[in-house]
Design a protein around this ligand. Structure first.
Ligand SMILES: [Fe+2]
Ligand SMILES: [Fe+2]
Length: 334
């Protein structure tokens, strides 16, 4: 059995040839001898570990010199925008919530907060933890370790906001539990489990699905909040939304960069099938979200926005676009 393990002590990234360890069994002597034989390979291994490798990390466990400069740069850039939810002031938000936020805006914000407050926990508990355990290269372990912390910060920020806007604990619980019972949100979780957690998926398929979770399942919610808070309402919510959107963009970029380093490149049709499924589920979610018409955003624009997000992630992953959608007027993309 031969396992590819990246060598982490090259002088430059270009010299990052993987060290290949071969388990040799010598039966020539009186007693069988088993040893590891080290050779250098010219081909770059997949940054994921295959299931039979069983969880070895790179040999050095250090980043004295990094082998994947693009991945390392994304990690350090994401780290630069680290933020603390304790520093976000929500007093004006409470005042606005009780005075100038309209009923339809409250309805949309409540539903989105309900989804987002549980979504980050789901991502931490399932997806990122799984990728952290599977991935071999140190730069990715650093990034996913940091991403775990950031997803927790997102969940904390949303929980803090819900607690300030809705003082009664039972009402808070009802709001959060509401999201788990809504079919269009449940489908997102079921779909993510199907594509990311089932053992028969390849690492590339998991990454594509993860890009869809963060790029298609979250972005429309961010856009709606941005639209509502953009008119000088709820500055704390606006700040949280802006910061989380930036973080999520880093997470998407990292998964796309990982995909580009894989030896295994998924066929375009496979990727588009995965993206199309995610889009169909998100369209159901935005229909639920907007089933009471909003004067701020039309359902048509929001559906176009979902298609726009899908085209963006396809392009970021290095594939052709599928919908040819344009950014609807008045909606922003991080
Ligand atoms: Fe998040
Ligand atoms: Fe994320």
């Amino acid at each position: 059995m031969v396992h590819g393990i990246s060598n982490c002590f090259p002088e430059t990234a270009a010299q990052c040839k993987p060290a290949v360890y071969k388990v040799v069994v010598d039966l020539n002597g009186e007693q069988p001898v088993v040893y590891l034989q080290l050779t250098m390979s010219d081909s770059m291994p997949s940054p994921s570990l295959q299931p039979d490798v069983g969880g070895f990390a790179e040999e050095s466990h250090t980043v004295l010199r990094t082998c994947h400069p693009k991945l390392w740069q994304l990690y350090t850039s994401a780290r630069e925008v680290f933020w603390n939810p304790a520093n976000i002031v929500l007093d004006t938000d409470v005042q606005h919530w009780n005075t100038i936020v309209t009923l339809s805006e409250k309805r949309a914000v409540s539903r989105i907060l309900s989804f987002l407050a549980t979504a980050d926990g789901f991502v931490v508990d399932t997806i990122v933890g799984r990728l952290f355990q599977e991935v071999a290269i140190m730069e990715a372990k650093y990034f996913y370790g940091f991403q775990l912390a950031m997803e927790n910060i997102h969940a904390e920020a949303y929980a803090k906001l819900i607690a300030r806007l809705i003082p009664d604990y039972n009402d808070q619980q009802s709001l959060v539990h509401w999201s788990t019972g809504l079919p269009s949100i449940a489908f997102k979780n079921i779909w993510a489990i199907k594509w990311i957690l089932e053992d028969n998926r390849t690492f590339a398929e998991r990454l594509v699905a993860f890009v869809c979770v963060e790029g298609i399942f979250f972005s429309p919610s961010f856009a709606v909040i941005s639209k509502i808070s953009g008119s000088d309402k709820m500055p704390g919510l606006s700040e949280i939304n802006r910061k989380v959107s930036i973080d999520e963009q880093f997470h998407i970029s990292f998964s796309c960069a990982m995909l580009r380093t894989l030896e295994e490149r998924l066929p375009e049709d496979t990727v588009k099938d995965i993206v199309r499924e995610a889009v169909d589920i998100e369209i159901e979610y935005v229909r639920d979200l907007m089933n009471v018409p909003s004067p701020l955003i039309s359902i048509v624009d929001l559906q176009e926005y979902v298609h726009f997000c899908a085209d963006q992630v396809l392009s970021d992953m290095g594939y052709g676009v599928m919908y040819g959608a344009s950014l609807p007027s008045g909606l922003s993309y991080p």
